[in-house]
Design a protein around this ligand. Structure first.
Ligand SMILES: [Zn+2]
Length: 446
């Protein structure tokens, strides 16, 4: 019988590198394992040799709120320069010093293996969970989340359910997630001879825009916000149309959570990926609702730029990709309203292609999912403090997909350190994989 460490090692050896993904390599391994144990397996094609796998272990009450466990099968590439910094071959699945090494070991083939093994054990035990347990193993989480989007409207998921996202959190419980939105902004001109000093240059126009983006304080009140409830010009509890609840009384307020983390500590990607101003846990004083854990202020910055063909030609366009990372309550649309105001102010014409909007979220502290997770952590002797997840996950998509049931309750809880993800010498402790499997086993019958 397969154990969590050997399953994770086998998955790491499958190069489901995105792009192109090829997640079917992993689902070809997992689907027969799950089917043989008695789960009902459905494979949903995404594109080419990419697919998302849904496996259902029926519960005693088919109408009871199901529990979805989700993880992605794709991994980020290992660039040539990064490969030189690896101490072992990134796809060997080597176990050394009590840790599984390799691309995807922490993000997140370890987490996937832990919940798959928990479901296999439960199915083989003959014990029936109280409610359906649904595993959703997705493609393309590392890019456009096509895999979770492909199954969002699937009949198997069109039901009342909670979602456990098994991404790496060092086994810390995240009850909120930060938002993200990004866009490609193209500034156009016309090609001209490089000797023409008067020819408009889109690269220099982009530089002006980059400066203006850096000067904009995203932590200030959302654009269009004209006051605060404290000043009496809006009734507390009535969300402003430009701000989904940031400044209003909210029954879902995590600060009321006894085990809540008052610092709002974010579980975030490796240092160096955030600007200095955003590295602290303190919340900007300008941010409304600063008592709510946010994982740090909202910020944006360009992360890609493309322009130019030849050194002798003034280019006819420059495209910037601007990425914004947002507090859980910050409406992604606010970011693009601000951009549009900046473009107006600078009198710039630009083509703005908003690639994705991933709103942040908070799960109410009264959620049964959170209390079950806290009980499971307590039973395993693990840290019960909660945090805010810094990245975005399939949980954002699957949370919205509760058609007719409102948004779903989501938590993120998994083995591995997010700081190890997307970096050289990624690894995960075997002990954490085993602990995660025990946590998920509890949550499947909780
Ligand atoms: Zn991940």
């Amino acid at each position: 019988m397969i154990n969590v460490a050997s399953l994770a090692a086998q998955l790491v050896q499958l190069p489901t590198v995105n792009p192109p993904g090829r997640e079917r390599l992993a689902s070809d391994l997992l689907a027969p394992l799950l089917a043989d144990a008695g789960l009902q397996v459905t494979r949903v094609g995404v594109d080419g040799d990419r697919e998302t796998l849904i496996a259902v272990l029926p519960g005693a009450d088919p109408a009871a709120r199901a529990r979805i466990f989700t993880g992605h099968l794709d991994v980020v590439p290992v660039p040539d320069a990064e490969r030189l910094r690896w101490a072992s071959e990134p796809f060997s699945g080597e176990v050394r010093d009590g840790r599984l090494h390799g691309r995807g070991s922490a993000d997140m083939k370890g987490g996937v293996s832990a919940f798959v093994c928990a479901a296999l054990d439960l199915a083989r035990s003959g014990r029936t969970p109280p409610a359906d347990v649904i595993l959703v193993l997705t493609a393309d989480e590392e890019d456009l989340m096509l895999g979770s989007k492909a199954v969002a409207g699937h009949p198997l998921l069109d039901r009342d359910a909670d979602v456990v996202v098994c991404e790496p959190t060092s086994l810390r419980l995240c009850t909120a997630g930060r938002g993200r939105t990004w866009a490609r902004i193209t500034l156009s001109g016309t090609t001209a001879h490089g000797s023409d000093a008067s020819a408009p240059n889109p690269i220099q126009t982009a530089a002006r825009l980059i400066d203006a983006l850096a000067a904009e304080d995203l932590t200030a009140s959302p654009l269009g916000w004209t006051g605060s409830p404290e000043r009496g010009d809006q009734k507390a509890g009535t969300p402003h149309p430009t701000d989904r609840g940031t400044v209003t009384a909210d029954p879902n307020d995590l600060s009321a959570e006894p085990s809540g983390n008052p610092e709002g500590q974010a579980l975030r990607p490796p240092s160096g990926t955030r600007p200095e101003s955003a590295t602290g846990t303190a919340v900007s004083t300008g941010e409304p609702g600063a008592h709510r854990p946010t994982g740090g202020p909202s910020f944006w910055r360009p992360l890609a730029i493309a322009a130019g063909a030849e050194p002798c030609v003034v280019p006819d366009s420059c495209t910037l990709t601007v990425d914004a990372r947002l507090t859980p309550d910050h409406d992604p649309d606010d970011v693009w309203r601000r951009l549009s105001a900046i473009l107006d102010r600078l009198a710039l014409a630009a083509d703005v292609d908003i690639v994705d909007r991933r709103e942040g979220w908070r799960t109410p502290p009264t959620s049964r999912l959170i209390s079950d997770a806290l009980s499971a952590l307590d039973a395993e002797g693990l840290d019960p403090r909660t945090g805010v997840f810094a990245g975005t996950t399939d949980g954002t998509v699957l949370r919205r997909a509760g058609r007719g049931h409102g948004v779903r309750d989501v938590i993120i809880l998994g083995p591995g350190d997010l700081a190890a993800a997307h970096a050289a010498n990624e690894s995960v402790a075997l002990a954490d994989l085993a602990a995660a499997q025990r946590l998920y086993a509890r949550l499947m019958v909780g």
